[in-house]
Design a protein around this ligand. Structure first.
Ligand SMILES: Cc1cc2nc3c(=O)[nH]c(=O)nc-3n(C[C@H](O)[C@H](O)[C@H](O)COP(=O)(O)O)c2cc1C
Length: 340
C-alpha cells in the first residue's frame, strides 16, 4: 500500500514528509524533485514570499545513490521564511481560521493558519514527484493546463500575465480552472467492487484536498447533465478515461475549479473572537491567484493516487518486478482497448 504523511507549519523550521510503500529500484535524481518544486514555486500569480523560498530539501531515508531502496522515504524541506505571525484572534474569512479555532479550542488564529496554509503543498509536490517518476517509468504521462483564469478562457502566457497584473493593481485576486490529464494509463486500475475502491472517487478526494479547490469533474463532467444518452455515447472521451470506478484504457481527464484567493489587500470584514468587535482582516502578502500553482500540486496529488492504484493492481516490491507485469497486462488488454 502506497501512503504518505506530511507535517510542518508554514513558518516552522521544516516541512516533513514520509512516503511509504514505494518500490525499490527507482532512480530518483534530486534534480527531478527540484524541478517539480520549482514549477510550483514559480507558477504565475504567486507572492513575493516565493522569491524568498528556495524549497531546499533533504532526503533523509529511503534512497541509496539516488535510487529508492523500498524503505520509507523521508523528506525535509527547510522554510526560508520563518517569521512566525503574531497571535491573532481575528479569523480570516474564506480560510480554515474560524472553523479551526472552534474545533481546536483556541483564540489564536495563527496556530490554525500555520498548518492549514498551502505551504504544505510543497511537501505534497516533493512526495508526489516520486509517484510521477514511477508512473513515467511505466509509460504513464501526466500533464496539466490552466483553462480559465478569472473567467478568461483563451489563455496565452501574455494574456494571463496581463490579467494577473490588472487584478493585482486593483487589489483583487483571481480563481480559475485547470485540467490534469494522464496518457497511456493501463485499463483496470481502481475497482467497481466496492465504493471506496472506485478510482474516480479516490482521484476526486486527492484533488479536492488541494487548498482552494472547490469543484471537480471527470471527462465531460457537469456538461454531461445537459446531454442525451445518444449524444454522450458518440464521444467516449466524455467518460474521462473512467467507467465504473476503473480506468478504461483511454486518457484520464480531470478538471478542477479553484476559488479566488481569499486574502485581500483591501481587507475582508471579520469579527475579533476575543472582543467580538467587527474588524477588517487584511492580507498584504497573498498570491494573486493560486490556480497555476494548484495545477502543479494537483498533478502530484493525482500521481500519488494513480501510483497507489498501479501498485495495488500489479504489486511488486521493486521496479524490475513491477515493469514486466505492467507490460504483460498492456499486451493482454491492447486488442480490447483498440476496439473501443
Ligand atoms: C499553492 C497555493 C497557494 C495559495 N496561496 C494563497 C495565498 O497566498 N493567500 C490566500 O489567501 N490563499 C491562498 N491559497 C488558497 C488557500 O490556501 C485556500 O483558499 C484556503 O486554504 C481555504 O480553501 P479551502 O476552503 O478550499 O480549504 C493558496 C492555495 C494554493 C493551492
Amino acid at each position: 500500500m502506497l501512503r504518505y504523511l506530511t507535517a510542518g507549519e508554514s513558518h516552522g523550521e521544516y516541512l516533513a514528509g514520509i512516503l511509504e510503500g514505494f518500490p525499490a529500484g527507482v532512480r530518483m535524481p534530486q534534480a527531478y524533485i527540484k524541478a517539480q518544486l520549482n514549477r510550483r514555486r514559480t507558477a504565475p500569480g504567486r507572492s513575493a514570499r516565493q522569491a524568498l523560498e528556495k524549497d531546499d530539501f533533504r532526503i533523509i531515508s529511503g534512497l541509496e545513490k539516488e535510487t529508492t531502496t523500498g524503505a520509507p522515504i523521508a523528506v525535509l524541506i527547510r522554510n526560508a521564511s520563518r517569521a512566525v505571525p503574531p497571535p491573532s484572534s481575528l479569523p480570516r474569512p474564506g480560510h480554515a481560521d474560524l472553523p479551526g479555532m472552534l474545533k481546536y479550542n483556541t483564540l489564536n488564529a495563527a496556530l490554525i493558519r500555520e498548518r492549514a496554509s498551502a505551504r504544505e503543498t510543497a511537501m505534497r509536490t516533493a512526495l508526489g514527484s516520486f509517484a510521477m517518476r514511477l508512473n513515467e517509468l511505466l509509460g504513464i504521462e501526466v500533464n496539466s493546463r490552466v483553462t480559465n483564469l478569472g473567467g478568461l478562457c483563451s489563455l496565452t502566457a501574455g494574456s494571463a500575465a496581463a490579467e494577473l497584473l490588472r487584478a493585482k493593481r486593483a487589489g483583487d485576486t483571481l480563481g480559475g480552472e485547470f485540467e490534469v490529464s494522464f496518457d497511456n494509463v493501463p485499463a483496470g486500475l481502481g475497482s467497481c467492487a466496492h465504493p471506496d475502491r472506485r478510482l474516480g472517487a479516490r482521484l476526486g478526494a486527492a484533488l479536492l484536498s488541494v487548498n482552494g479547490v472547490k469543484g471537480f469533474e471527470i471527462g465531460g463532467g457537469f456538461s454531461l447533465a445537459a446531454m442525451g444518452g445518444k449524444e454522450a455515447a458518440q464521444d467516449p472521451q466524455l467518460s474521462g478515461g473512467l467507467d465504473g470506478g476503473m480506468t478504461n484504457g483511454g486518457a484520464l481527464l480531470l478538471r478542477c475549479a479553484v476559488k479566488p484567493v481569499p486574502g485581500l489587500r483591501a481587507g475582508t470584514p471579520s469579527t475579533d473572537l476575543r472582543t467580538f468587535r467587527k474588524k477588517l482582516s487584511v492580507s498584504l502578502t497573498s498570491d494573486t491567484t493560486a490556480v497555476f500553482a494548484a495545477a502543479v500540486v494537483a498533478e502530484h496529488a493525482a500521481s500519488l493516487e494513480l501510483a497507489a492504484a498501479v501498485l495495488e493492481k500489479f504489486g511488486g516490491d521493486s521496479l524490475c518486478e513491477l515493469l514486466p507485469r505492467v507490460e504483460e497486462w498492456r499486451k493482454r488488454t491492447k486488442k480490447a482497448i483498440a476496439r473501443l
